[in-house]
Design a protein around this ligand. Sequence first.
Ligand code: GLN
Length: 451
Amino acid sequence: AHLARIEAVDEKVHAFLHVDREGALAQARAVDEKRERGEELGPLAGVPLALKDIFTTKGIPTTVGSKILEGWIPPYDATLTKRLRDADVVVLGKTNMDEFAMGSSTENSAFGPTGNPWDLTRIPGGSGGGSSASLASFQAPLAIGTDTGGSIRQPAAVTGTVGVKPTYGAVSRYGMVAFSSSLDQGGPCARTVLDAALLHEVIAGHDPLDSTSIDAPVPAVVEAARNGSVQGMRVGVVKEFAGEGYQAGVMQRFNESVELLRELGAEIVELSCPSFDKALAAYYLIAPSECSSNLARFDAMRYGLRTGDDGTKSAEEVTALTRAEGFGPEVKRRIMLGTYALSSGYYDAYYGSAQKVRTLIKRDFEKAFEQVDVVVSPTTPTTAFPIGERADDPMAMYLADLCTIPANLAGNAAMSLPCGLAPEDGLPVGLQIIAPAMADDRLYKVGAAVE
Ligand code: GLN
């Protein structure tokens, strides 16, 4: 049924870069056969899923939304991919994304944009717009995203779906193409809080192949999602998450959610996190710096595209020609910004200062969590904007990440879930819930209570 739905609507939505029809059917049949033989089935046996094209999939193309990896077939599965297979999930295909996960609208994909199923002329968020659009258009009941600065939560918010960025280190990064390694985190996308929890439990857990993977039990997220409640909880509202640039209808729905939390028995605490104002600036130095280092591996020798290799050119020339052709403008912009920020003489002024701001943001959160159990905010300052509106204005595009980035810089767990439609445009608004690291279960407890 899901493959038929993809066939019927994805020409318009363009959520998928690659549909693995044969593979999905074979996997579904294998689950049926297992069932017939009376064998024990995985926890998500037979459930279809859309996988962001940033995770390696053995024998199935993985492009990361970039021309530079077009045609590359990974020889191995990411740990996350393997866990999905072990859980008997049926992977339908790979979803569209901003190139190397850099963007907030999926317009930076080398393979064309994805439409928001609520209004195809608008962006589905990014970088994981393909995953969230696949859920909102009922092409898949579950999807996977990655969140470096908001790429799970922001697409969830603007498509009216649920997205969770687990605690940094909770989900293995092995086989997840690296953008900014100290921030990157894979996580679940779904249409309900409980569905996200069921997927969370399958993909989280220690992995010796990832040196930053947390070696501790996964919080009881499914139990929390089944027992939603905010009775007696302290919920923080941060005053820096409001003001200029926030759409009136977004604030209206957010304020109603805060009222609902109060009615359900939560104590609302107003907080100030003064360093959050500098989060965007710090992020847009740290993420490009790490990306400039990570993307050095795309040298035309190891993977994918190779341009101009006619036997007369040096390896360096071939690398330069390949990168010129294979990387899009946003990726080039970030590599240049990052190499500049890391260069000797500038390191302390840029990268060093950004790291100090990161520490201040962490401290703001630590202080906040001395007073409250979770923090709530709008997920995004505005609803989905029209495709093309911010395409030539990187600074305007970066503003979409205003509320999501602090949680990445601090490594906290965070969720976005729908909290109604903005009255002025009828488009979905997202409520963000942020919890301390390793308290991911609180997101689900609160999320299930207000869903
Ligand atoms: N929009 C942010 C960026 O462009 C976040 C991306 C992400 O989370 N992968 O960097």
